[in-house]
Design a protein around this ligand. Structure first.
Ligand SMILES: [Zn+2]
Length: 160
């Protein structure tokens, strides 16, 4: 599984529409009888989300968690590939890198950005089997940034 799938698309704490973190994970120790077990608890990201009523809700219903980009569910999306221009792609890439880093992925940020922009050019110029969508372009950029960071960590003596 790619970083993009594991940390962003399949993750409940990242918005699929803008790739910002919508929930903050923390570990809580809860007592159950005689055993205390640490478990992951998600709370909403105060800065990027707000609680509000969805227009389709009954007035009495619980409030939904809105991401600041406007979508309610972590797996919903208000765009498709044809809506994404260079500026929006750069925002998505920036948020994807930031969220992946917050979730513990070590990236060479500069190389990931560079690769992402190359992928965007590839995407709009011709089809490649592995890079045929905005998600594919972002996924490849994150993998590349991570691979570069890993290579740098493994050979700190290299001076090239
Ligand atoms: Zn969002």
């Amino acid at each position: 599984m790619t970083i993009h799938q594991e940390k962003l698309r399949n993750a409940v704490d990242v918005c699929d529409n803008c790739f910002k973190l919508r929930l903050v994970e923390r570990t809580e120790v809860r007592s159950r009888g005689l055993t205390a077990t640490p478990e992951s608890v998600y709370t909403r990201h105060e800065r990027t989300t707000e609680l509000d009523h969805h227009p389709s809700d009954e007035p009495t219903q619980d409030k939904h968690l809105f991401c600041e980009c406007g979508v309610v569910r972590p797996n919903s999306r208000a765009w498709d590939d044809s809506d994404i221009d260079r500026e929006r792609f750069k925002d998505l890439l920036k948020h994807a890198i930031h969220s992946a880093e917050r979730k513990g992925v070590t990236l060479n940020r500069e190389r990931a950005v560079k690769r992402g922009l190359v992928n965007l050019a590839v995407l709009t110029a011709w089809w490649r089997d592995d890079i045929n969508s905005v998600d594919g372009a972002l996924a490849d950029a994150l993998e590349h940034g991570s691979a570069v960071a890993t290579a740098q960590t493994e050979s700190p003596a290299s001076t090239d």
